[in-house]
Write a protein that binds this ligand. Structure first.
Ligand code: AMP
Ligand code: GLY
Length: 423
Protein backbone atom coordinates (compact mmCIF):
# COMPACT_ATOMS: atom_id res chain seq x y z
CA UNK A 1 0.00 0.00 0.00
CA UNK A 2 1.32 3.48 -0.94
CA UNK A 3 0.57 5.90 1.88
CA UNK A 4 0.69 9.69 2.20
CA UNK A 5 0.86 11.11 5.73
CA UNK A 6 -0.19 14.74 6.25
CA UNK A 7 1.48 16.75 9.02
CA UNK A 8 4.81 17.78 10.50
CA UNK A 9 4.69 17.38 14.28
CA UNK A 10 5.78 14.85 16.86
CA UNK A 11 2.43 13.12 16.45
CA UNK A 12 3.12 12.57 12.76
CA UNK A 13 6.68 11.40 13.44
CA UNK A 14 5.25 8.74 15.78
CA UNK A 15 2.66 7.73 13.14
CA UNK A 16 5.34 7.60 10.42
CA UNK A 17 7.64 5.50 12.64
CA UNK A 18 4.85 3.01 13.32
CA UNK A 19 3.49 2.95 9.73
CA UNK A 20 7.02 2.33 8.44
CA UNK A 21 7.11 -0.93 10.43
CA UNK A 22 4.09 -2.31 8.56
CA UNK A 23 4.72 -5.26 6.23
CA UNK A 24 1.82 -3.98 4.13
CA UNK A 25 3.51 -0.67 3.37
CA UNK A 26 5.18 -0.32 -0.04
CA UNK A 27 5.96 3.41 0.08
CA UNK A 28 5.47 6.16 2.64
CA UNK A 29 5.34 9.85 1.73
CA UNK A 30 4.84 12.73 4.15
CA UNK A 31 3.79 16.32 3.55
CA UNK A 32 5.34 18.53 4.74
CA UNK A 33 7.07 16.29 7.34
CA UNK A 34 10.17 17.12 9.39
CA UNK A 35 13.74 15.75 9.69
CA UNK A 36 12.61 12.91 12.01
CA UNK A 37 9.81 11.90 9.65
CA UNK A 38 12.36 12.00 6.80
CA UNK A 39 14.04 8.96 8.39
CA UNK A 40 10.84 6.97 7.72
CA UNK A 41 9.24 8.62 4.67
CA UNK A 42 9.93 10.57 1.49
CA UNK A 43 9.08 14.19 2.19
CA UNK A 44 6.98 16.03 -0.38
CA UNK A 45 6.74 19.77 -0.67
CA UNK A 46 3.03 20.39 -1.23
CA UNK A 47 0.80 22.92 0.48
CA UNK A 48 -1.35 20.74 2.72
CA UNK A 49 -3.89 23.58 3.05
CA UNK A 50 -4.53 23.23 -0.71
CA UNK A 51 -6.88 20.24 -1.07
CA UNK A 52 -6.55 20.23 -4.87
CA UNK A 53 -2.74 20.12 -4.65
CA UNK A 54 -2.87 17.15 -2.26
CA UNK A 55 -5.30 15.34 -4.59
CA UNK A 56 -3.10 16.05 -7.63
CA UNK A 57 -0.09 14.55 -5.81
CA UNK A 58 -2.10 11.45 -4.86
CA UNK A 59 -3.14 10.93 -8.46
CA UNK A 60 0.37 11.43 -9.79
CA UNK A 61 1.91 8.97 -7.33
CA UNK A 62 -1.09 6.58 -7.29
CA UNK A 63 -1.41 6.90 -3.51
CA UNK A 64 -3.73 4.23 -2.05
CA UNK A 65 -4.31 5.71 1.37
CA UNK A 66 -3.96 9.12 3.02
CA UNK A 67 -3.53 9.50 6.79
CA UNK A 68 -4.30 13.00 8.07
CA UNK A 69 -2.55 13.96 11.33
CA UNK A 70 -3.77 17.45 12.32
CA UNK A 71 -7.31 18.86 12.57
CA UNK A 72 -6.97 21.94 10.34
CA UNK A 73 -7.00 20.06 6.98
CA UNK A 74 -9.93 17.94 8.23
CA UNK A 75 -11.99 20.98 9.20
CA UNK A 76 -11.07 22.38 5.75
CA UNK A 77 -12.52 19.32 4.01
CA UNK A 78 -9.39 17.50 2.84
CA UNK A 79 -10.92 14.10 3.62
CA UNK A 80 -14.04 14.98 1.58
CA UNK A 81 -11.96 16.00 -1.45
CA UNK A 82 -9.96 12.78 -1.35
CA UNK A 83 -12.90 10.46 -0.66
CA UNK A 84 -14.93 12.05 -3.45
CA UNK A 85 -12.04 11.22 -5.77
CA UNK A 86 -12.09 7.58 -4.64
CA UNK A 87 -8.99 7.69 -2.41
CA UNK A 88 -9.18 6.00 1.00
CA UNK A 89 -8.49 8.48 3.78
CA UNK A 90 -8.08 8.23 7.53
CA UNK A 91 -9.89 11.22 9.00
CA UNK A 92 -13.44 12.57 9.18
CA UNK A 93 -15.39 14.69 6.72
CA UNK A 94 -15.57 18.43 7.39
CA UNK A 95 -19.12 17.94 8.65
CA UNK A 96 -18.06 15.25 11.14
CA UNK A 97 -14.94 17.25 12.11
CA UNK A 98 -17.32 19.76 13.69
CA UNK A 99 -17.06 17.53 16.75
CA UNK A 100 -13.76 19.38 17.23
CA UNK A 101 -14.43 22.48 15.14
CA UNK A 102 -17.54 23.62 17.05
CA UNK A 103 -17.97 23.12 20.77
CA UNK A 104 -21.65 24.09 20.45
CA UNK A 105 -22.19 21.37 17.83
CA UNK A 106 -20.73 18.76 20.18
CA UNK A 107 -22.77 19.96 23.13
CA UNK A 108 -25.95 19.70 21.02
CA UNK A 109 -25.05 16.12 20.08
CA UNK A 110 -24.54 15.35 23.79
CA UNK A 111 -27.93 16.87 24.65
CA UNK A 112 -29.75 15.05 21.86
CA UNK A 113 -28.25 11.62 22.59
CA UNK A 114 -28.09 11.88 26.37
CA UNK A 115 -24.30 11.83 26.62
CA UNK A 116 -22.99 12.91 30.07
CA UNK A 117 -21.38 16.37 29.92
CA UNK A 118 -21.62 19.68 31.81
CA UNK A 119 -24.92 21.62 31.47
CA UNK A 120 -24.51 24.45 28.95
CA UNK A 121 -25.98 27.21 26.81
CA UNK A 122 -24.83 28.70 23.47
CA UNK A 123 -24.67 32.49 22.92
CA UNK A 124 -24.03 34.83 20.00
CA UNK A 125 -23.84 38.06 22.01
CA UNK A 126 -22.34 39.15 25.32
CA UNK A 127 -25.31 40.41 27.37
CA UNK A 128 -27.41 37.20 27.43
CA UNK A 129 -24.22 35.20 28.05
CA UNK A 130 -23.35 37.40 31.02
CA UNK A 131 -26.88 37.16 32.38
CA UNK A 132 -26.63 33.35 32.25
CA UNK A 133 -23.18 33.45 33.92
CA UNK A 134 -24.58 35.61 36.76
CA UNK A 135 -27.52 33.27 37.18
CA UNK A 136 -25.29 30.16 37.32
CA UNK A 137 -22.44 31.66 39.41
CA UNK A 138 -18.77 30.61 39.59
CA UNK A 139 -16.89 28.36 39.08
CA UNK A 140 -18.01 28.24 35.47
CA UNK A 141 -16.38 27.61 32.10
CA UNK A 142 -16.43 29.99 29.10
CA UNK A 143 -15.50 28.59 25.67
CA UNK A 144 -15.08 30.18 22.26
CA UNK A 145 -17.08 27.95 19.92
CA UNK A 146 -14.48 27.42 17.19
CA UNK A 147 -10.82 26.38 16.91
CA UNK A 148 -8.76 28.83 18.96
CA UNK A 149 -5.39 27.06 19.13
CA UNK A 150 -6.14 25.75 22.62
CA UNK A 151 -6.58 29.28 24.01
CA UNK A 152 -10.36 29.62 23.74
CA UNK A 153 -11.27 28.09 27.12
CA UNK A 154 -11.43 29.95 30.45
CA UNK A 155 -12.08 27.95 33.59
CA UNK A 156 -13.31 30.88 35.69
CA UNK A 157 -13.14 30.45 39.45
CA UNK A 158 -14.78 33.86 40.07
CA UNK A 159 -17.72 35.67 38.53
CA UNK A 160 -15.54 38.61 37.40
CA UNK A 161 -13.17 36.30 35.58
CA UNK A 162 -16.13 34.67 33.83
CA UNK A 163 -17.67 38.00 32.79
CA UNK A 164 -14.27 39.19 31.48
CA UNK A 165 -13.88 35.96 29.50
CA UNK A 166 -17.28 36.48 27.85
CA UNK A 167 -16.28 40.05 26.87
CA UNK A 168 -12.90 38.99 25.54
CA UNK A 169 -14.42 36.20 23.38
CA UNK A 170 -16.89 38.64 21.83
CA UNK A 171 -14.19 41.35 21.45
CA UNK A 172 -12.85 39.41 18.48
CA UNK A 173 -9.52 38.15 19.89
CA UNK A 174 -10.35 34.65 18.59
CA UNK A 175 -11.67 35.91 15.26
CA UNK A 176 -14.55 33.90 13.83
CA UNK A 177 -13.93 31.17 16.46
CA UNK A 178 -15.27 33.53 19.15
CA UNK A 179 -18.38 34.72 17.31
CA UNK A 180 -20.29 32.15 19.34
CA UNK A 181 -19.64 31.28 22.98
CA UNK A 182 -20.54 28.20 25.01
CA UNK A 183 -21.02 28.68 28.76
CA UNK A 184 -20.68 25.38 30.56
CA UNK A 185 -20.91 24.00 34.10
CA UNK A 186 -17.61 23.40 35.87
CA UNK A 187 -16.82 19.69 36.26
CA UNK A 188 -14.69 18.53 39.15
CA UNK A 189 -12.61 15.36 38.94
CA UNK A 190 -9.52 13.87 37.32
CA UNK A 191 -8.98 14.37 33.59
CA UNK A 192 -8.08 11.63 31.15
CA UNK A 193 -7.80 11.32 27.40
CA UNK A 194 -9.33 8.34 25.66
CA UNK A 195 -8.84 7.33 22.03
CA UNK A 196 -11.02 5.19 19.72
CA UNK A 197 -10.91 4.34 16.05
CA UNK A 198 -14.25 4.77 14.26
CA UNK A 199 -15.45 3.65 10.85
CA UNK A 200 -18.81 5.41 10.79
CA UNK A 201 -20.71 2.67 12.61
CA UNK A 202 -18.26 0.80 14.87
CA UNK A 203 -15.85 2.14 17.49
CA UNK A 204 -12.72 0.26 18.52
CA UNK A 205 -11.27 1.35 21.88
CA UNK A 206 -7.56 2.09 21.64
CA UNK A 207 -5.98 3.30 24.87
CA UNK A 208 -5.99 6.07 27.45
CA UNK A 209 -3.44 8.75 28.25
CA UNK A 210 -2.93 11.72 30.50
CA UNK A 211 -1.25 14.89 29.36
CA UNK A 212 0.25 17.92 31.07
CA UNK A 213 -1.08 21.12 29.54
CA UNK A 214 0.61 23.72 31.76
CA UNK A 215 4.11 24.87 30.94
CA UNK A 216 5.55 24.67 34.46
CA UNK A 217 6.29 21.99 37.05
CA UNK A 218 3.41 21.32 39.43
CA UNK A 219 0.94 22.19 36.62
CA UNK A 220 1.61 25.93 36.87
CA UNK A 221 1.90 28.72 34.29
CA UNK A 222 0.11 29.17 30.98
CA UNK A 223 -1.49 26.42 28.91
CA UNK A 224 0.47 24.85 26.06
CA UNK A 225 -0.23 22.24 23.40
CA UNK A 226 1.03 19.67 25.94
CA UNK A 227 4.38 19.35 27.74
CA UNK A 228 4.31 15.59 28.20
CA UNK A 229 2.02 12.58 28.46
CA UNK A 230 1.84 9.00 29.61
CA UNK A 231 -0.27 5.95 28.87
CA UNK A 232 -2.24 4.23 30.26
CA UNK A 233 -4.07 6.71 32.52
CA UNK A 234 -4.58 4.99 35.91
CA UNK A 235 -8.08 6.51 36.34
CA UNK A 236 -9.23 4.68 33.21
CA UNK A 237 -9.88 1.35 34.89
CA UNK A 238 -11.51 -1.40 32.76
CA UNK A 239 -14.89 -0.41 34.27
CA UNK A 240 -14.39 3.26 33.38
CA UNK A 241 -13.36 2.30 29.81
CA UNK A 242 -16.46 0.16 29.47
CA UNK A 243 -18.69 2.99 30.76
CA UNK A 244 -16.98 5.53 28.47
CA UNK A 245 -17.61 3.32 25.45
CA UNK A 246 -21.24 2.65 26.37
CA UNK A 247 -22.26 6.07 27.71
CA UNK A 248 -20.19 8.43 25.56
CA UNK A 249 -18.46 6.97 22.49
CA UNK A 250 -21.10 4.59 21.15
CA UNK A 251 -24.00 7.09 21.42
CA UNK A 252 -21.80 9.67 19.67
CA UNK A 253 -21.04 7.33 16.77
CA UNK A 254 -24.70 6.34 16.49
CA UNK A 255 -25.79 9.99 16.76
CA UNK A 256 -23.38 11.17 14.09
CA UNK A 257 -24.52 8.40 11.72
CA UNK A 258 -28.14 9.21 12.52
CA UNK A 259 -27.62 12.90 11.76
CA UNK A 260 -26.13 12.11 8.36
CA UNK A 261 -22.47 12.75 9.26
CA UNK A 262 -20.95 9.35 10.09
CA UNK A 263 -17.66 9.79 11.91
CA UNK A 264 -14.56 8.00 10.61
CA UNK A 265 -11.03 8.40 11.92
CA UNK A 266 -9.84 8.73 15.50
CA UNK A 267 -12.07 10.15 18.18
CA UNK A 268 -10.11 11.68 21.04
CA UNK A 269 -12.37 12.19 24.04
CA UNK A 270 -11.24 14.62 26.73
CA UNK A 271 -12.94 13.22 29.84
CA UNK A 272 -13.49 14.35 33.39
CA UNK A 273 -13.81 11.37 35.71
CA UNK A 274 -16.27 12.74 38.27
CA UNK A 275 -17.84 10.98 41.26
CA UNK A 276 -20.78 10.19 38.92
CA UNK A 277 -18.51 8.61 36.30
CA UNK A 278 -17.03 9.76 32.99
CA UNK A 279 -18.26 13.07 31.54
CA UNK A 280 -17.26 14.53 28.20
CA UNK A 281 -15.24 17.77 28.26
CA UNK A 282 -14.53 17.89 24.55
CA UNK A 283 -13.82 15.89 21.44
CA UNK A 284 -10.89 16.15 19.09
CA UNK A 285 -11.03 14.44 15.71
CA UNK A 286 -7.34 13.49 15.51
CA UNK A 287 -4.71 11.92 17.71
CA UNK A 288 -3.39 14.02 20.59
CA UNK A 289 0.06 15.47 20.39
CA UNK A 290 2.03 14.28 22.42
CA UNK A 291 -0.48 11.55 23.46
CA UNK A 292 -0.05 9.81 20.09
CA UNK A 293 3.66 9.30 20.79
CA UNK A 294 2.98 7.21 23.91
CA UNK A 295 0.16 5.30 22.20
CA UNK A 296 2.38 4.35 19.28
CA UNK A 297 5.11 3.13 21.66
CA UNK A 298 2.58 0.84 23.35
CA UNK A 299 0.77 -0.45 20.25
CA UNK A 300 1.82 -4.00 19.41
CA UNK A 301 -0.48 -4.41 16.39
CA UNK A 302 0.31 -3.23 12.88
CA UNK A 303 -1.04 0.35 12.69
CA UNK A 304 -1.63 0.46 8.94
CA UNK A 305 -4.46 -2.13 8.68
CA UNK A 306 -6.15 -0.61 11.75
CA UNK A 307 -6.24 2.89 10.24
CA UNK A 308 -7.27 1.43 6.87
CA UNK A 309 -10.12 -0.53 8.50
CA UNK A 310 -11.38 2.71 10.06
CA UNK A 311 -11.26 4.39 6.64
CA UNK A 312 -13.02 1.56 4.81
CA UNK A 313 -15.81 0.57 7.20
CA UNK A 314 -14.28 -2.75 8.31
CA UNK A 315 -13.40 -2.10 11.95
CA UNK A 316 -15.90 -4.64 13.33
CA UNK A 317 -13.39 -7.45 12.77
CA UNK A 318 -10.29 -5.48 13.85
CA UNK A 319 -8.39 -5.85 17.11
CA UNK A 320 -5.66 -3.73 18.65
CA UNK A 321 -3.09 -5.28 20.95
CA UNK A 322 -1.10 -3.29 23.48
CA UNK A 323 2.09 -3.77 25.42
CA UNK A 324 1.34 -3.93 29.14
CA UNK A 325 4.18 -1.56 29.94
CA UNK A 326 3.66 2.16 30.48
CA UNK A 327 4.99 4.74 28.05
CA UNK A 328 5.89 8.32 28.93
CA UNK A 329 7.00 11.24 26.78
CA UNK A 330 8.64 14.50 27.82
CA UNK A 331 8.36 17.49 25.50
CA UNK A 332 11.47 19.62 25.05
CA UNK A 333 10.46 23.12 23.99
CA UNK A 334 12.29 26.29 22.98
CA UNK A 335 12.95 28.61 25.95
CA UNK A 336 10.12 31.17 26.05
CA UNK A 337 7.40 28.80 24.75
CA UNK A 338 4.37 29.18 24.82
CA UNK A 339 5.38 32.85 24.42
CA UNK A 340 7.97 34.20 21.98
CA UNK A 341 11.12 32.11 21.45
CA UNK A 342 14.27 32.21 19.38
CA UNK A 343 14.27 30.18 16.14
CA UNK A 344 17.02 28.21 14.44
CA UNK A 345 18.92 27.34 17.62
CA UNK A 346 21.31 24.39 17.09
CA UNK A 347 20.60 20.87 18.37
CA UNK A 348 24.01 19.18 18.56
CA UNK A 349 23.00 15.68 19.69
CA UNK A 350 19.98 13.42 20.15
CA UNK A 351 20.37 9.98 21.76
CA UNK A 352 19.83 7.02 19.41
CA UNK A 353 16.65 5.00 19.71
CA UNK A 354 16.72 1.59 21.38
CA UNK A 355 13.93 -0.91 22.03
CA UNK A 356 12.62 1.19 24.91
CA UNK A 357 13.40 4.81 24.06
CA UNK A 358 12.74 6.95 21.04
CA UNK A 359 13.10 10.69 20.43
CA UNK A 360 10.39 12.02 18.12
CA UNK A 361 10.90 15.26 16.23
CA UNK A 362 8.31 18.05 16.27
CA UNK A 363 9.54 21.58 15.44
CA UNK A 364 12.94 20.75 13.94
CA UNK A 365 14.49 21.54 10.55
CA UNK A 366 17.78 21.02 8.74
CA UNK A 367 19.70 24.22 7.94
CA UNK A 368 22.85 23.72 5.89
CA UNK A 369 22.92 20.10 6.98
CA UNK A 370 22.64 20.92 10.70
CA UNK A 371 19.64 20.16 12.91
CA UNK A 372 17.99 23.27 14.38
CA UNK A 373 14.91 23.99 16.47
CA UNK A 374 12.30 25.98 14.58
CA UNK A 375 9.16 25.45 16.63
CA UNK A 376 7.87 25.90 20.17
CA UNK A 377 7.60 22.20 20.94
CA UNK A 378 10.69 20.61 19.40
CA UNK A 379 11.52 17.09 20.64
CA UNK A 380 9.50 14.37 22.41
CA UNK A 381 11.74 12.09 24.45
CA UNK A 382 9.73 8.91 24.89
CA UNK A 383 10.37 5.73 26.87
CA UNK A 384 8.69 2.49 27.98
CA UNK A 385 8.93 0.92 31.41
CA UNK A 386 7.36 -1.62 33.75
CA UNK A 387 5.66 1.30 35.55
CA UNK A 388 5.13 4.99 34.83
CA UNK A 389 7.97 5.71 37.30
CA UNK A 390 10.34 3.41 35.40
CA UNK A 391 9.34 4.92 32.03
CA UNK A 392 9.84 8.38 33.51
CA UNK A 393 13.36 7.59 34.76
CA UNK A 394 14.32 6.22 31.34
CA UNK A 395 12.84 9.17 29.46
CA UNK A 396 14.69 11.73 31.62
CA UNK A 397 17.95 9.75 31.38
CA UNK A 398 17.66 9.95 27.56
CA UNK A 399 16.60 13.59 27.71
CA UNK A 400 19.72 14.49 29.68
CA UNK A 401 21.78 13.28 26.71
CA UNK A 402 20.11 15.74 24.31
CA UNK A 403 22.52 18.59 23.51
CA UNK A 404 20.39 21.64 22.87
CA UNK A 405 21.22 24.82 24.80
CA UNK A 406 17.95 26.61 24.07
CA UNK A 407 15.70 23.73 25.16
CA UNK A 408 13.74 23.32 28.37
CA UNK A 409 11.28 20.77 29.74
CA UNK A 410 9.13 20.03 32.75
CA UNK A 411 10.82 17.72 35.25
CA UNK A 412 7.64 16.20 36.70
CA UNK A 413 5.84 14.55 33.78
CA UNK A 414 3.75 11.66 35.10
CA UNK A 415 3.64 12.99 38.67
CA UNK A 416 0.06 11.87 39.40
CA UNK A 417 0.79 8.28 38.33
CA UNK A 418 4.17 8.29 40.08
CA UNK A 419 2.47 9.34 43.34
CA UNK A 420 -0.11 6.56 42.96
CA UNK A 421 2.63 4.02 42.32
CA UNK A 422 4.41 5.11 45.51
CA UNK A 423 1.25 4.87 47.61
P1 AMP B 1 -10.57 22.16 26.17
O1 AMP B 1 -9.85 23.12 25.25
O2 AMP B 1 -12.05 22.08 25.96
O3 AMP B 1 -9.84 20.85 26.31
O4 AMP B 1 -10.40 22.80 27.62
C1 AMP B 1 -9.12 23.03 28.13
C2 AMP B 1 -9.08 22.60 29.56
O5 AMP B 1 -10.03 23.33 30.32
C3 AMP B 1 -9.48 21.14 29.78
O6 AMP B 1 -8.42 20.27 29.57
C4 AMP B 1 -9.91 21.17 31.23
O7 AMP B 1 -8.78 21.15 32.07
C5 AMP B 1 -10.57 22.52 31.34
N1 AMP B 1 -12.02 22.41 31.17
C6 AMP B 1 -12.73 22.48 30.03
N2 AMP B 1 -14.05 22.34 30.27
C7 AMP B 1 -14.18 22.16 31.61
C8 AMP B 1 -15.29 21.95 32.49
N3 AMP B 1 -16.54 21.93 32.03
N4 AMP B 1 -15.04 21.83 33.81
C9 AMP B 1 -13.78 21.87 34.28
N5 AMP B 1 -12.69 22.06 33.51
C10 AMP B 1 -12.87 22.20 32.19
N1 GLY C 1 -2.19 17.37 23.80
C1 GLY C 1 -3.49 17.84 23.59
C2 GLY C 1 -3.95 17.84 22.19
O1 GLY C 1 -3.35 17.27 21.30
O2 GLY C 1 -5.01 18.42 21.96
Amino acid sequence: MKVLLIGSGGREHALAWKLAQSPRLTALYAAPGNPGIAEEATLVDIDTADNAAVLAFCRKETIDFVVVGPEAPLVAGLADTLRDAGIAVFGPSAAAAQLEGSKGFTKDICAKYNIPTGAYQRFTSAEPAKAYVREQGAPIVIKADGLAAGKGVTVAMTLDEALDAVDSCFSGIFGAAGAEVVVEAYLDGEEASFFCLCDGKTALALASAQDHKRVGDGDTGPNTGGMGAYSPAPVMTPDMVERTMREIIEPTIAGMADSGHPFTGVLFAGLMITPKGPELIEYNVRFGDPECQVLMMRLKSDLLPLLHAAATGTLASARAEWRDEAALTVVMASKGYPGAYEKNTPIAAIPRADTETKVFHAGTALKDGHLVATGGRVLNVTAMGGSVSAAKDKAYAALDRVEWGNGFCRRDIGWQAVEREKA
